[in-house]
Structure formats: structure tokens, C-alpha cells
Design a protein around this ligand. Structure first.
Ligand SMILES: *[C@@H]1O[C@H](CO)[C@@H](O)[C@H](O)[C@H]1NC(C)=O
Ligand SMILES: *[C@@H]1O[C@H](CO)[C@@H](O)[C@H](O)[C@H]1NC(C)=O
Ligand SMILES: *[C@@H]1O[C@H](CO)[C@@H](O)[C@H](O)[C@H]1NC(C)=O
Ligand SMILES: *[C@@H]1O[C@H](CO)[C@@H](O)[C@H](O)[C@H]1NC(C)=O
Ligand SMILES: *[C@@H]1O[C@H](CO)[C@@H](O)[C@H](O)[C@H]1NC(C)=O
Ligand SMILES: *[C@@H]1O[C@H](CO)[C@@H](O)[C@H](O)[C@H]1NC(C)=O
Ligand SMILES: *[C@@H]1O[C@H](CO)[C@@H](O)[C@H](O)[C@H]1NC(C)=O
Ligand SMILES: *[C@@H]1O[C@H](CO)[C@@H](O)[C@H](O)[C@H]1NC(C)=O
Length: 399
């Protein structure tokens, strides 16, 4: 009999799942010509492409934020092409017209080959900042108020007249690392998206706590990304769909997901949806100590909604799946509208007997799962009507 190490087993199962699951990226996205290194780096790029390089003095900018800040706040679409490098800066996108940021790479379909990394080191420990928003490597929001997390059951009261931010923001082949700490020690965001539509393709997000924040009226689509964290590393108020991605647990803490719904959650589908993806211990050195210890998620308030769909879970995941947040007074009404669910999970981290005995995780029936079949089902306006999803790259969306 063949005996596989955890890693090997994972690689094999990943290959099978990826080969059989739903969407497939087109061989060449509309940006791959622009991303491919050529003697003139801008060959194959759309009109209005700015060029960022730390080393080439012919480039338009030496920092990515320099290029972002130069953009007019009008209706023209822009693209920013970034040459290989380690960029130590915080990025903040406030414009409302479309913007695409591309990392240069000969292999746009391989996140592992990315040549551009944006680093920042900031954690909101011991009340160092008035809000988690200030820690993020990348922020996409029309203004500061829109991006604030706030506290309490409903979070920061964003003024109703706050405009919507970017209607179509995209990143291809860039990694974002918040390297404040090597353990969960306060919120340290890699990305923060509020009142904006954002798609991330073949990109990476790394920190230990609160890594991915999708704030109020934020819509975010992640395709073939690696997202690594320890505590509540998908959190927010908005809507996030994670497709075909690698979720790396760097230790166990809190839950993988921690969402806070709002009083309109009954109408719309604010929440986080993790589909056709892989939850694994970040590496084989830490995996043995994590067996049976990580929770799928915990409810940041009673309107928490997260659903794992057709996702592989390694042995790190606890038998019961999700956990209650007993010390959190905002979550006293579990089986009414808190949705902590999964559908067609697989792997050693999925133990149906233990899930049922735990009485926390909801096992969706095919009927229940139908409401969350595709991103089109969940990206909604606050009143529950279908919202436009043309900001999602069609090459990474072919249900
Ligand atoms: C936006 O501003 C840029 C730079 O000033 C200009 O070239 C472009 O024509 C403007 N677009 C619109 C739609 O006004
Ligand atoms: C600008 O971007 C929008 C949204 O992605 C797209 O529909 C439109 O065709 C683009 N316009 C141009 C001139 O490329
Ligand atoms: C982003 O930029 C806007 C406009 O300059 C600023 O008001 C806001 O504070 C910035 N956001 C963050 C999180 O720093
Ligand atoms: C494994 O992951 C942990 C947690 O991120 C990290 O501290 C450690 O350096 C990693 N070990 C290896 C061998 O990559
Ligand atoms: C939701 O809460 C907001 C702010 O607290 C309030 O203005 C709004 O009327 C509430 N909506 C519903 C449907 O209860
Ligand atoms: C569920 O919660 C809603 C909102 O608080 C409340 O109106 C409703 O009565 C509750 N239903 C049950 C069965 O507890
Ligand atoms: C699944 O969970 C049950 C109940 O906790 C336990 O008895 C059983 O050993 C578990 N199975 C595996 C394969 O871990
Ligand atoms: C499961 O939990 C709910 C409350 O969250 C409770 O009403 C129900 O009795 C529990 N079921 C079992 C079998 O323990």
C-alpha cells in the first residue's frame, strides 16, 4: 500500500480537485501580453498604462503609490504595470473609475512565480491606532470614514452620504505582506476593501490576524490566490467570494472566518464564501502540532455568514468545524440567523460524525446550497437585488 505524507496527499488531491472543479482561467487573460517582460515593458499594455520600476530611470514612477496618487479623479480607466521588486509602502486607492494594477511576470497563471511584493509592517496592538484601517498594506475605499472598522455590534457608523469608491479595481500577480509580527498579535491587515468592487487574481495576502478585511458595501472576488493567516483572517461586513484558492493556516486562533452582518443581512447575502479551495497548515513543520485545533470560523456578531463550498480541509480543522464565540456578547442567537455552514467539504478535516455531535456547523443540503451556487448569487445591493458583477474578470468567471 502506498503511504503518502500529508503534503503529498494534499498535492495529489489538489491536482484532482483543480482538474475537475468549475471555472478555468483562459490561457491568456487580456493583460498577460502587458505583463510579459519585453524590451519595452509597455508592449501589449492597454492605453493609459503607467510604468513603475525601482531601477529603470525611464519608468514613470519608483513607487506604486506614486503612480496611484498621480491618477486624475475622472472617468478614464488606468492600468499600472509594476516591475519586479520589493516595494515597502502602503497603498490607498480612492478613485472611483476603473484601475488595474499588474505585476510583471512571464507566467501570469502562477501565483507562486510572482515577482512583485508589497510589504508593510503594522499591527493594531495595545490600541496603537484608533482603528485597524491604518494597518493595511492596501486600502480600496473612497475615503477614511468608509474604511473604518469601528466597534460594537454595527461597527463604525459610516455616514450615509459617503460615496461609492472604485467600481472596478483589479490586481494581477502581486503579493501583499503585512510583516508586523510572526504570530497573531493584533489586527494587521494585508488588504481592506470598503464601498468598492475589487478583484484579485493570482495574488497573495499574508499576515497573522485579520488579514483580509472586506468592509461595509465592499465586494471582493479572489481567484487563485494564496491567503495566509492565523486568527479571524477573513473578516468584515461586506461580501467576499474566494475561488480556487490556497488558504494557509499559520497556526490556530479564533477562526478562519469572522463576519459581522448588518440589519439588512436578511435581504442581501453579506458574508464570505470559500469555494473549490484548500485549507491547509501553512507548512509541514507546523502541521503536526495543529491537528484538530483550528476552527472554520466564529461569529463576530449574530448575523455572521460564511459558507465553505466544495473545499478541501486538512487535519488541522477541528471535528466540530466552527465554534461559538461564547465571550462575544453580540452572538446570543445562533440558530436563528447566524450562518456557519459548509457544503461538500472533503479531507481529513471533515468529520461528519464530529460535526453533527458538535451542533455548531450547519451541513447544507443541496437545496440550501443552491442559494450560494455562484458569485452572482451573493453580490447584491443592500436591498437584496442583483448587483452588477462586470468588475469580475470574465476569464476567471465562467459558471
Ligand atoms: C482624465 O484626466 C486625464 C489627465 O488630465 C485626461 O487626459 C483625460 O482626458 C481625462 N478623462 C476624462 C474622461 O475627462
Ligand atoms: C473602462 O472600464 C470599464 C469597466 O471595466 C469597461 O466597461 C470599459 O469598456 C472601459 N473603457 C475603456 C475605454 O476601455
Ligand atoms: C486614503 O487616502 C485618503 C485621501 O487622501 C485619506 O483621506 C485616507 O485617510 C487614506 N486612508 C488610509 C487608510 O490611510
Ligand atoms: C512554517 O510556518 C510558520 C508559521 O507561519 C513559520 O513561522 C515557519 O517559519 C514556517 N516554516 C517553514 C519551514 O517554512
Ligand atoms: C439598519 O440600521 C441603520 C443604522 O443603524 C438604520 O438607519 C436602518 O433603518 C436599519 N434598517 C433596517 C432594515 O432595520
Ligand atoms: C430571529 O431574529 C430576528 C431579528 O432579531 C427576530 O425578529 C426573530 O423573531 C427571530 N426569530 C426567532 C425564531 O427567534
Ligand atoms: C470523527 O469524529 C468522531 C466523533 O468525535 C470520532 O469518534 C472519530 O474517531 C472521528 N473520525 C476520524 C477519522 O477522526
Ligand atoms: C443544538 O443547539 C441548539 C441551540 O443552538 C439547541 O437548541 C439544540 O437543542 C441543540 N441540539 C442538540 C442535539 O444538542
Amino acid at each position: 500500500m502506498l503511504v503518502f505524507q500529508n503534503n503529498q496527499r494534499w498535492a495529489i488531491i489538489s491536482a484532482i480537485l483543480l482538474a475537475t472543479s468549475r471555472p478555468t482561467i483562459a490561457d491568456t487573460s487580456i493583460y498577460s501580453k502587458c505583463q510579459t517582460p519585453t524590451p519595452n515593458p509597455l508592449t501589449g499594455c492597454p492605453p493609459n498604462t503607467l510604468w513603475v520600476s525601482q531601477t529603470d530611470c525611464a519608468a514613470d514612477f519608483t513607487t506604486i503609490q506614486g503612480a496611484i496618487s498621480s491618477l486624475p479623479d475622472n472617468n478614464t480607466n488606468y492600468t499600472i504595470l509594476v516591475m519586479p521588486g520589493m516595494y515597502i509602502e502602503q497603498l490607498n486607492v480612492t478613485r472611483s473609475a476603473p484601475l488595474t494594477i499588474l505585476g510583471q511576470t512571464p507566467t501570469p497563471n502562477e501565483q507562486g512565480d510572482n515577482t512583485v511584493t508589497v510589504y508593510w509592517a503594522s499591527a493594531n496592538s495595545n490600541g496603537r491606532f484608533t482603528d485597524n484601517a491604518f494597518t493595511s498594506v492596501l486600502t480600496v475605499a473612497p475615503n477614511l470614514a468608509a474604511s473604518l472598522t469601528g466597534s460594537g455590534n454595527t461597527g463604525y457608523p459610516v455616514p450615509a452620504d459617503t460615496p461609492f469608491g472604485c467600481i472596478d479595481f483589479r490586481v494581477y500577480n502581486i503579493d501583499f505582506r503585512n510583516v508586523a509580527t510572526e504570530i497573531s498579535a493584533g489586527p494587521s491587515l494585508a488588504v481592506s476593501i470598503s464601498r468598492a468592487n475589487a478583484g484579485f487574481y493570482f495574488s497573495g495576502f499574508y499576515s497573522y490576524q485579520d488579514t483580509v478585511y472586506v468592509g461595509k458595501l465592499g465586494n471582493a472576488y479572489f481567484y487563485r490566490n494564496t491567503i495566509a493567516g492565523q486568527t479571524d483572517f477573513f473578516y468584515g461586513f461586506g461580501t467576499a467570494w474566494i475561488q480556487h484558492s490556497w488558504i494557509q493556516m499559520r497556526s490556530c486562533g479564533g477562526g478562519v472566518t469572522a463576519w459581522k452582518g448588518t440589519n439588512t443581512t436578511f435581504a442581501n447575502k453579506y458574508g464570505v464564501y470559500i469555494s473549490d479551495s484548500f485549507l491547509n497548515a501553512a507548512n509541514s513543520s507546523i502541521a503536526p502540532a495543529m491537528v484538530g485545533k483550528c476552527y472554520l470560523g466564529r461569529p463576530w456578531n449574530a448575523q455572521h455568514r460564511s459558507v465553505y463550498i466544495n473545499t478541501y480541509m486538512d487535519a488541522s480543522i477541528r471535528g466540530q468545524g466552527y465554534e461559538k464565540w461564547s465571550s462575544n456578547p453580540l452572538t446570543d442567537n445562533y440558530n436563528n440567523y447566524t450562518i456557519m455552514a459548509e457544503y461538500k467539504s472533503s479531507g481529513l478535516g471533515f468529520n461528519l460524525t464530529a460535526r453533527i455531535a458538535g451542533n455548531v456547523t450547519q451541513e447544507f443540503t443541496a437545496d440550501q446550497a443552491r442559494a450560494y451556487r455562484t458569485p452572482k448569487d451573493v453580490f447584491m445591493k443592500p436591498d437584496g437585488s442583483q448587483s452588477d458583477i462586470s468588475w469580475i474578470d470574465p476569464a476567471a468567471y465562467n459558471w
